[in-house]
Design a protein around this ligand. Structure first.
Ligand code: FES
Length: 234
């Protein structure tokens, strides 16, 4: 069924002074092959030193976000037949490079945890679970599905330029709790991002929308946060 060339950024901190590109030939063995299938073929059959992350192979865990032909995408749900060749694969932009296609996500994850990604409930806690109307539950659609792959934040020029900017992923996750009818922590959360490294750093560039593999809209969530801050009473 033919072959496709993968041009992959390689970097081994123990051997290389700087990153370089290496070409591999990937055999197309069946219709519907994904980029991750090609990476697995290289690692398992040609070059066991190639380093990349992957786990679920279903677009759920978010571990194999990569820059593929200049666009951030998940390798496991990106069809090879939809791509121009050679397929150029690089690690996510702006994240510190650890090895080959693996980047350091500590700062990205710290920003997520800073936004308190858990329900802050009314006290005292009810004896039974807190119920939510179907209408209130629907407000979470388009927010709770974030898989923390970092595709959006690493595609954002504001995130590249300001290392302290929380970024679209963390901001979307803050909005997810601000709009949750069971949460009483809105003021506490909003105060976290009411400065130039918070919500006001977003300049509506919209790259985050294009990069999100789940079809979410972080720019809209950030717009909601800006409106909430303007009318906040603290
Ligand atoms: Fe889990 Fe791709 S391997 S999202």
């Amino acid at each position: 069924m033919g072959k496709v060339t993968f041009t992959i950024l390689r970097f081994d901190p123990e051997k290389d002074k700087k990153p370089h590109y290496q070409d591999y030939e990937v055999e197309i063995r069946r219709p519907g092959m994904m980029v991750l299938d090609g990476l697995n073929q290289i690692r398992w059959e040609q070059d066991g030193t190639l380093a990349y992350r992957r786990s679920c192979r279903e677009g759920v865990c978010g571990s194999d976000a990569l820059n593929i032909n200049g666009v951030n995408r998940l390798g496991c749900i990106t069809h090879l037949e939809d791509l121009k060749t050679p397929v150029v694969i690089q690690p996510l932009p702006s994240m510190p490079l650890i090895k080959d296609l693996i980047v350091d996500l500590n700062d990205f994850q710290d920003k997520f945890f800073l936004c308190k990604p858990f329900l802050i409930p009314k006290k005292p806690l009810p004896d039974l679970e807190q119920l939510q109307s179907p209408e209130d539950r629907r407000k979470l659609d388009g927010l709770y599905e974030c898989i923390l792959c970092a595709s959006c934040s690493s595609s954002c020029p504001s995130y590249w330029a300001d290392p302290e900017y929380l970024g679209p992923s963390a901001l979307l996750n803050i909005w997810r709790f601000v709009v949750d009818s069971r949460d009483v922590g809105a003021d506490e959360r909003l105060q976290l991002l009411n400065d130039r490294h918070g919500v006001w750093r977003c300049h509506t560039i919209l790259n985050c929308i294009e990069a999100c593999p789940k079809g979410l809209n972080p720019t809209q969530a950030i717009g909601g946060l800006k409106k909430a801050l303007v009318s906040a009473k603290f």
